[in-house]
Design a protein around this ligand. Structure first.
Ligand code: SF4
Length: 365
């Protein structure tokens, strides 16, 4: 019987025919561009990332442009992509590369993994794609393929399972075509070995896939143990002045939405008293909107927006850099928290008060 080709050979042969070869970040081996794409692709799908990546690179074409930019502008270009810690770390890492590596990305696993926001898998991917070294990756797609192929039981968040998957990844990664192999494994996970409906019939490694043999790919990788998420409550005071501008405040970092602009959270305060304190005048009207839920990775936040029509002159109470009157038509270059983007859209279209209880899609920030 003819010998079965090696795992990586089958994966690469499949990739040559069926893989994705025209993604914008594949056109360059520039470590900066590779790194930006890697960070954007953490927790976000390729098709969502592409326009963000292109706009980001247009505005911040190299590591110096990013390192020297205002954080507000970096967050502005990240608004809508979620997981904003990625953007804050991206800029911090750019500053480290500028200050400690003379603007050149380091070409070692240890140095790359020492930069803010770069873990072992991302460092491996950059090593392979930008420096042609044998960088090994283990992102969510690769974990799923390997866990199924070798029937590795348990949730990959557990150290023992995670270590077992790293060992398999080390063993299977070839000594040639590292970047192609890494991309091939991600493509395999994203397009064939999908979470809910793997297409084993088209899979190049089906012949020795244990989960397929067992007839239960869906059992791998093991699920995260379920925990009931706590629910917190807050109110957003949406103060609107006679010019139609909305009052926003910059969130302190660290903390949720750190560095992003948001409606003030007012806890249990009386809206009229808050308005009097901040603007020196009582609101002309107060409208309580329906509550909606924003879900973070570790808790739900139930938000009740309250719209206040304030007669205040715009500049009277402004604290430089931390508060502003937001004009939707001017679209200032600042980062906005995801629920604020939704609410501003509703305020602009006048579509909200009767909208009912609304659930936001799951997001971390
Ligand atoms: S055979 Fe099926 S379960 Fe196994 S790796 Fe391929 S697509 Fe995934």
């Amino acid at each position: 019987m003819p010998r079965r080709p090696a795992f990586h050979r089958r994966v690469l042969d499949w990739f040559d025919v069926h893989g994705r070869h025209d993604l914008p970040w594949q056109a360059s081996r520039d470590p900066y561009r590779v790194w930006v794409s890697e960070i954007m692709l953490q927790q976000t799908q390729v098709k969502t990332v592409i326009p963000y990546y292109q706009r980001f690179l247009q505005r911040f074409p190299d590591v110096h442009a990013l390192a020297n930019a205002e954080q507000d502008e970096v967050l502005h270009h990240w608004t809508g992509l979620g997981y904003y810690a990625r953007a804050r770390n991206l800029q911090k890492a750019a500053q480290v590369v500028r200050d400690e590596y003379a603007g050149e990305f380091p070409a070692s696993l240890e140095d790359l993994a020492g930069l803010p926001g770069i873990g072992r898998s991302t460092a491996g991917s950059i090593l392979a794609a930008a420096f042609g070294q044998r960088g090994i990756i283990l992102d969510g797609n690769v974990k799923r393929v390997l866990a199924r192929h070798r029937a590795v039981e348990g949730w990959p968040g557990k150290t023992a399972v995670h270590d077992a998957l790293w060992e398999i990844a080390e063993e299977l990664t070839p000594r040639e075509r590292h970047a192609d192999y890494n991309q091939a494994m991600m493509d395999l996970g994203a397009t064939l070995c999908t979470r809910s409906s793997p297409r084993c019939g088209d899979c190049p490694v089906a012949a020795d896939c244990v989960a397929r043999e067992q007839g239960n790919p869906g059992a791998y990788p093991g699920k995260k143990p379920r925990k009931t998420m706590p629910v917190r409550n807050t109110r957003f005071f949406m103060a609107r002045n006679p010019a139609g501008e909305l009052w926003l405040e910059k969130r302190p970092a660290p903390g949720i939405w750190g560095g992003l602009w948001c409606f003030p959270e007012a806890g249990e305060r009386d809206p009229a008293a808050w308005c009097l304190d901040v603007f020196g005048a009582e609101p002309g009207s107060i409208e309580a909107w329906h509550e909606f839920r924003h879900t973070f990775s570790h808790y739900h936040l139930d938000i009740q927006p309250v719209l206040l029509h304030v007669p205040a002159p715009a500049a009277a109470v402004m604290e430089a850099d931390r508060q502003l009157w937001y004009n939707v038509r001017e679209n200032p270059r600042i980062g906005l928290a995801a629920p604020v983007v939704d609410l501003l859209r509703q305020l602009a279209t006048g579509s909200s008060p009767a909208a009912g209880t609304r659930k936001s899609p799951k997001a971390k920030e």
